[in-house]
Design a protein around this ligand. Structure first.
Ligand code: UDX
Length: 431
C-alpha cells in the first residue's frame, strides 16, 4: 500500500513517521511550501522529542518523502490520511473547511479505489460529510471508503504514544476498509476497536472530555484543600490507587491547555447542543478551567497586597512540559492578567517563545530562570519543566527581592522551599 498523509502538522507528521517506521512507504503532503522544505531537509516545524531523528532515518531509508504536489500525490496513493487542522470557530464548533478542501481534492483527482481515513479530530458525522464531498467533487466514478481512525497521542510523548498505543480505534464503513486498516497496524501490539465511523468519532471526544473532567475535578478539590489545609497531592494519591479511578490526570494546577482539551470539550458541547442535549457536567468542566489560573493570581495578591509595579518572574510558558506549544496555555492568560494589573514580568521557558500578543515593554523574555528571578518579588511556576527542580533555590533566594513562590503546578517540595526560607504556595498544596 502506498500511503499519503495530508497535513504535516503535529498529528500528520507523527503519523507519517510512525507508519514509515512500521515499514510503509509514506508521502507527506502540505500546501505550506516552507514546512515541506524544512521536512525535506530533515527538520521539524515544531519541537517533539525523538521525532527529528526518525525523520532523518526515514528520509535516508526512503520510506518517507514530502511534497506540495497534490494531484500526483493523490494519484499515486492507495490510502489517504486526512490530518489537517480543525480549529475552533467562535461558537466552539470545529471548522471543517480544511477537511472539506482535502476531500474535494481527493474526489477531483482520484484515479481508482482510495481508502480515505480521517485522523483529524472531527465532529460526529464528519465521515458522512467527507463521503458526500468526495462524491460531489468526482468527475469520474471511482470506488472509495471513508473511515475514522482517531489519534490519541500526547504532545511531548508523541513518539511513544504512537508507537505503543493503548488501543487503535477504527470506524469503518465497510469490511474491506476495516481489513485494510487492521493490516496497516498489524505490528502494533494493542487492542483494536472496530466500530462504526460515528462511534469512532465520538470516542475521541469522549476520551479527551473525560480526561479534562478529571483535571477540573481535582482542581475543584484543590480549592477545598486550600481552605482545609489538606495536601491535594495526597488526596490524589489516596483516590488514584483505586483502579476504578486511576492515578493519572489527577495533578491539580492552573488548568489544562493545549490544542486539544479546550477545543475538543467545546466541540463536544456544540455537537450536543445541535442535538438538543445538555451536557451540564462538561459546561462546568470548561468554566472551572477558565477560572483556574486566577487562583494563583489571587494567592499572590493576598500575599503581596497589590501586584502594581511588583516584579513577577514567570517560569514556563508552554501549556505543559516537553513542548513549545503555547496554545491555550494558562501562562499566557496569567501574563495578560499581570499586565492588566501593572506588574513587571520576566519570563523564562526552555523552548517556548513569547507570542506577539505578549510583546510588551513590561515583559522581559529571559534566557535562564536565574535571570528571570533576579530581583523578583514573586515567582509564578506555570509549567512543570524538570529543569526548574534543579534550580539552586537556596542561592536564588538571595537574589530575589521578596522570596515568594506561587507554584501553579505543585512541582516543588513545599517543605523544602519553606525550610530554605521561601513563602511557598501551590494549588491545594502548601507546607
Ligand atoms: C491530549 C490527550 O492526552 C491526547 O490523548 C490527545 O490525543 C490530545 O490531547 P495533550 O494536549 O498533548 O494530549 O496533553 P496532555 O498531556 O493530555 O495534557 C493536557 C493538559 O492537561 C495540559 O495543559 C496539562 O498540563 C493538563 N493536565 C494534565 C493537568 O493539569 N493535570 C493532569 O493531571 C494532567
Amino acid at each position: 500500500m502506498s500511503i499519503l498523509v495530508v497535513g504535516t502538522g503535529y498529528v500528520g507528521t507523527t503519523t507519517a513517521l510512525v507508519l514509515a517506521e512500521l515499514g510503509w512507504r509514506v508521502t507527506g503532503l502540505d500546501t505550506d511550501d516552507s514546512k515541506i522544505k524544512l521536512l525535506q531537509q530533515g527538520s521539524l516545524p515544531f519541537y517533539e522529542d525523538g521525532l527529528e531523528a526518525l525523520l532523518k532515518k526515514h528520509l535516508q531509508s526512503g520510506n518517507i518523502r514530502f511534497t506540495t504536489k497534490t494531484v500526483k500525490a493523490i494519484e499515486q496513493s492507495d490510502l489517504i490520511f486526512i490530518c489537517v487542522g480543525t480549529p475552533s470557530q467562535q461558537d466552539g464548533s470545529a471548522d471543517l473547511r480544511y477537511v472539506k478542501q482535502v476531500a474535494m481534492d481527493i474526489g477531483r483527482h482520484m484515479n481508482g479505489y482510495k481508502l480515505i481515513v480521517n485522523k483529524s479530530t472531527v465532529p460526529v458525522g464528519t465521515q458522512e460529510k467527507v463521503t458526500r464531498w468526495v462524491l460531489e467533487a468526482q468527475t469520474r466514478t471511482h470506488p472509495f471508503d471513508v473511515a475514522s481512525n482517531p489519534e490519541f497521542l500526547r504532545e511531548g510523548k508523541a513518539l511513544p504514544d504512537a508507537m505503543y498505543p493503548d488501543r487503535v480505534v477504527i470506524g469503518a464503513s465497510s469490511d474491506h476498509a476495516a481489513k485494510l486498516l487492521k493490516a496497516l497496524y498489524q505490528s502494533l501490539k494493542c487492542p483494536v476497536v472496530i466500530t462504526t465511523p460515528k462511534t469512532a468519532e465520538l470516542i475521541k471526544y469522549a476520551a479527551n472530555a473525560f480526561l479534562a473532567t478529571k483535571v477540573s475535578y481535582i482542581n475543584e478539590l484543590a480549592k477545598l484543600c486550600d481552605k482545609l489545609g489538606i495536601n491535594v497531592k495526597e488526596v490524589a494519591q489516596g483516590i488514584g490507587l483505586d483502579p476504578r479511578i486511576g492515578s493519572s490526570f489527577l495533578q491539580a494546577g492552573i488548568g489544562y491547555g493545549g490544542s486539544c482539551f479546550p477545543k475538543d470539550v467545546s466541540a463536544l458541547l456544540q455537537t450536543a447542543n445541535e442535538h438538543d442535549t445538555e451536557l451540564r457536567l462538561l459546561e462546568q468542566v470548561i468554566s472551572i478551567n477558565r477560572a483556574q489560573h486566577q487562583h494563583l493570581l489571587h494567592k499572590a495578591r493576598q500575599r503581596l497586597g497589590t501586584l502594581v509595579h511588583k516584579k513577577i518572574a514567570v517560569l514556563g510558558l508552554a501549556f505543559k512540559p516537553d513542548t513549545d506549544d503555547i496554545r491555550e496555555a494558562p501562562a499566557v492568560n496569567i501574563i495578560k492578567s499581570l499586565l492588566d494589573e501593572k506588574a513587571i514580568v520576566s519570563v523564562h521557558d526552555p523552548v517556548a517563545k513569547l507570542p506577539p500578543e505578549l510583546v510588551h515593554v513590561s515583559v522581559t523574555p529571559c534566557n535562564t530562570p536565574e535571570q528571570a528571578l533576579y530581583g523578583a518579588d514573586a515567582v509564578f511556576i506555570c509549567t512543570e519543566w524538570k529543569s526548574y527542580q534543579h534550580i539552586d533555590w537556596e542561592r536564588i533566594k538571595r537574589y530575589m527581592n521578596d522570596p515568594n513562590i506561587f507554584d501553579g503546578r505543585n512541582m516543588l517540595d513545599a517543605r523544602l522551599m519553606a525550610a530554605i526560607g521561601f513563602h511557598y504556595q501551590g494549588i491545594g498544596y502548601q507546607c
